[in-house]
Design a protein around this ligand. Structure first.
Ligand SMILES: [Zn+2]
Length: 122
């Protein structure tokens, strides 16, 4: 079937042979550097966090919140528990009751983001 649009040839070049059309000078554009002013999220340092809920401004959602605290037995706690179990045969649950053997994770109740962790023995 015959096509209605025959292939178009370049007829726009009227420059005589041998002459190179001078292209308009375009200054080299400096590469656009996208500077993202990335403000570091002010995570609360461990020393500021305690073992209980605290009132502070969430660094993620900027709301005034009372942190939710989840305590987990830390590595130190697990090791202490194991050592106590091996050497005494009992008392292995003592580290589970000691706050100093636990990690305390402070999370925001509004956005559920981790605000900081108070590590055991810190
Ligand atoms: Zn939040």
């Amino acid at each position: 079937m015959y096509s209605d649009s025959p292939p178009k040839y370049d007829e726009g070049s009227n420059a005589p042979p041998g002459m190179v059309p001078v292209e308009p000078y375009t200054p080299a554009q400096p590469p656009t550097i996208l500077v993202v002013n990335k403000a570091a999220t002010p995570l609360y340092s461990r020393s500021m966090l305690g073992t209980h809920s605290m009132q502070l401004s969430c660094p993620h959602c900027s709301r005034q919140i009372t942190t939710r605290v989840d305590d987990n037995l830390s590595i130190v706690g697990w090791v202490s528990s194991l050592v106590l179990c091996l050497f005494t045969g009992c008392c292995c649950c003592i580290p589970c009751c000691m706050d100093s053997c636990k990690d305390f994770e402070h999370t925001c109740p509004e956005c559920n983001c981790l605000i900081g962790t108070k590590k055991a023995f810190n």
